[in-house]
Design a protein around this ligand. Structure first.
Ligand code: ATP
Length: 196
């Protein structure tokens, strides 16, 4: 039976970078966020449900999900956002199950920003948290996305505090140093997981 390892972390923690290292080491990684972005276009049933919830304008003239429009109408409408997520999340869950069924390795990894928030850790064999100090994450995301301090801070404040995630995680990778150190830490955790 395939063992699922969840990888998570707050904005700018380095979870995508860690996931890339894990892929380079030969393990399959499911990127929930990227898959979700495809599913809203590819899953016809989901597309129908989203249009019923948000209107035809949720998709553009080419029938592609209009992320900007959707962000605008769910912004400051918590209830609508929850409803939208309650449509998208189960579809991603099913997509993940289908993906896992196709894998042949002993371990597979699932990268998701919402591992603990959605209690997806309960469906994982182990969880890996990538974390770094807030200042460090702020600076990295400002550089990466060309966002202001305030913009990144607003997103950070909406997420589950890192100290709560640390308590829930089986493995914690601290990413306050450089990329070489991050890669070395990732290898250490992989070795520990391999020995389970
Ligand atoms: P998000 O949730 O915002 O997508 P993430 O957790 O996936 O973020 P990454 O994209 O992996 O984080 O990292 C954020 C940015 O910081 C990237 O531009 C990445 O290259 C850079 N970065 C990550 N770790 C380090 C490090 N140790 N040293 C320098 N830059 C780093």
């Amino acid at each position: 039976r395939t063992k699922i390892i969840g990888i998570t972390g707050g904005i700018g923690s380095g979870k995508s970078t860690v996931s890339k290292y894990i892929e380079e080491a030969g393990y399959p990684v499911y990127y929930s966020d990227i898959r979700a972005k495809n599913i809203v276009n590819d899953n016809q049933h989901l597309q129908q449900l989203i249009k019923e919830l948000l209107g035809e304008n949720a998709y553009d003239e080419d029938d592609l999900y209009d992320r900007k429009y959707v962000a605008e109408i769910v912004f400051n409408n918590e209830e609508l956002l929850l409803k939208l997520n309650s449509l998208i999340h189960p579809a991603v869950r099913i997509d993940f199950e289908n993906w896992v069924a196709q894998q042949t390795t002993d371990f597979v990894f699932k990268e998701t920003a919402l591992l603990f928030e959605l209690k997806l850790n309960k469906t994982c064999y182990k969880s890996v948290l990538v974390t770094a100090d807030d200042n460090c994450r702020l600076k990295r995301v400002m550089d990466r996305d060309n966002k202001t301090y305030r913009e990144v801070e607003t997103i950070m404040l909406r997420q589950m505090p890192e100290k709560d995630k640390v308590k829930l995680a089986d493995f914690v990778i601290f990413n306050n140093e450089g990329l070489e150190e991050l890669k070395a830490e990732t290898k250490k955790v992989l070795a520990e997981i391999e020995s389970l």
